[in-house]
Design a protein around this ligand. Structure first.
Ligand code: BT5
Length: 333
């Protein structure tokens, strides 16, 4: 049995939850026991385990079980519930705490894990950003997620898939909350000029051909600003801070997976034009005076366009135009 496959225990619990969700009335232990082909005592044990996971299930002798509420924790059962994708998130692994979800998924990818497998954690102790930077991943309100893709693309096109992640997050946040989420070159999602999400893409490739690619998404959902470390507080925000109320992390994750998948399908079928157009519409930098910071320099200029290969075209103060393929941007004023 592979680590991403659903265990018999998980299947039984998913089935119990399904039965309780679908019934207006209480469901008897007897009925569940028959439906699942297991003893009533096993049903009771599963119900106990689900309660410990945060499901509010009441049960009275003779009346049966009733589901009152479900936790907003990205358990596979919750992600799968009303998930509208065909591939992404169909397999999912939830970890209360881990080092980095990208690392967990990379090991699974090497073992042959299927496209669409999602690893999600409630907290990461060594969450990573790009170039060895730290991604702060405290417990209690983030979506720290990695998604496995096996695209038939060349390595040169990998930046498009990072873009896909950022666009999907921005669109999902807009749809779920109405907030004005934007994509800040290269792959951050910002609201009101503050970073709400970062994307880390890592891949395994040989001779220019991608074996697998992992899109790591760090999205501050129900985190108060004071739950983030002081170093990032000034530049960071969360959906909660901007929206003024908690939103369903699970609902947001399902929505992100759906937005990602539909764009991934279009990208694979028709090429990157639609995605690039969308990125331009959602851009937090185009038409703005910016500072571009690269390894060696800090340059000032006007963000003119995003090229088809993802490069940012900047008109520098001396009138010359330059293309940037990597770096940081800060919008001035
Ligand atoms: C990123 O890097 O923005 C990519 C972050 C990707 C995180 C996800 S979580 C799931 C998966 N598993 C991982 O281990 N990683 C991925 P970069 O552009 O290098 O930005 C890093 C910078 O963002 C830091 O140096 C801080 O300034 C800032 N930062 C750190 N944590 C933050 C947070 N929670 N919210 C907003 N900004 C943060």
């Amino acid at each position: 049995m592979q680590p991403w496959e659903t265990t018999a225990t998980e299947k039984a619990r998913a089935e119990i939850l399904g039965a309780l969700r679908n019934s207006e009335e209480a469901v008897s232990g007897q009925a569940l026991s028959q439906q699942l082909g297991i003893g009533r005592n096993s049903v009771w044990k599963h119900v106990q385990a689900l309660r410990q996971m945060g499901y509010e299930i009441v049960g009275r002798t003779r009346q049966g079980y009733r589901l009152l509420s479900v936790p907003d924790t990205p358990y596979p059962y919750e992600i799968a519930h009303e998930l509208r994708t065909h591939t992404l998130g169909r397999y999912a692994i939830y970890l209360p705490v881990t080092g980095s979800t990208n690392d967990v998924l990379r090991d699974l990818a090497k073992q042959g894990a299927p496209e669409g497998l999602v690893v999600v954690a409630d907290a990461q102790v060594s969450g990573r950003g790009r170039r060895g930077r730290v991604w702060e991943s405290p417990v209690g309100g983030g979506l720290w997620v990695s998604v496995l893709l096996r695209p038939s693309l060349m390595t040169a096109q990998a930046p498009l898939l990072a873009l896909l992640g950022a666009v999907a997050v921005a669109v999902a946040v807009r749809k779920e909350t109405g907030l004005d989420a934007l994509v800040k070159w290269p792959n951050d999602v910002t609201i009101g000029g503050r970073k709400v999400c970062g994307i880390l893409v890592e891949m395994s490739a040989e001779a220019e051909v991608i074996h697998h690619l992992i899109i790591g998404i760090g999205l501050n959902v129900n985190l108060r600003r004071d739950q983030l470390p002081e170093e990032v507080r000034a530049s960071a925000t969360s959906v909660l801070e901007e929206y003024g109320a908690r939103v369903s992390r699970v609902g947001l994750l399902r929505s992100i997976l759906l937005e990602m998948e539909s764009r991934y399908d279009v990208l694979s079928r028709e090429g990157p034009q639609t995605l690039l157009e969308e990125k331009r519409t959602l851009s937090a930098v185009l038409g703005k005076e910016i500072d571009v910071i690269t390894d060696s320099r800090r340059l000032r200029g006007l963000a003119v366009s995003v090229e088809d290969d993802g490069a940012l075209r900047v008109r520098l103060s001396d009138g010359q135009e330059q293309l940037f393929y990597a770096g940081e941007v800060s919008v001035r004023g």
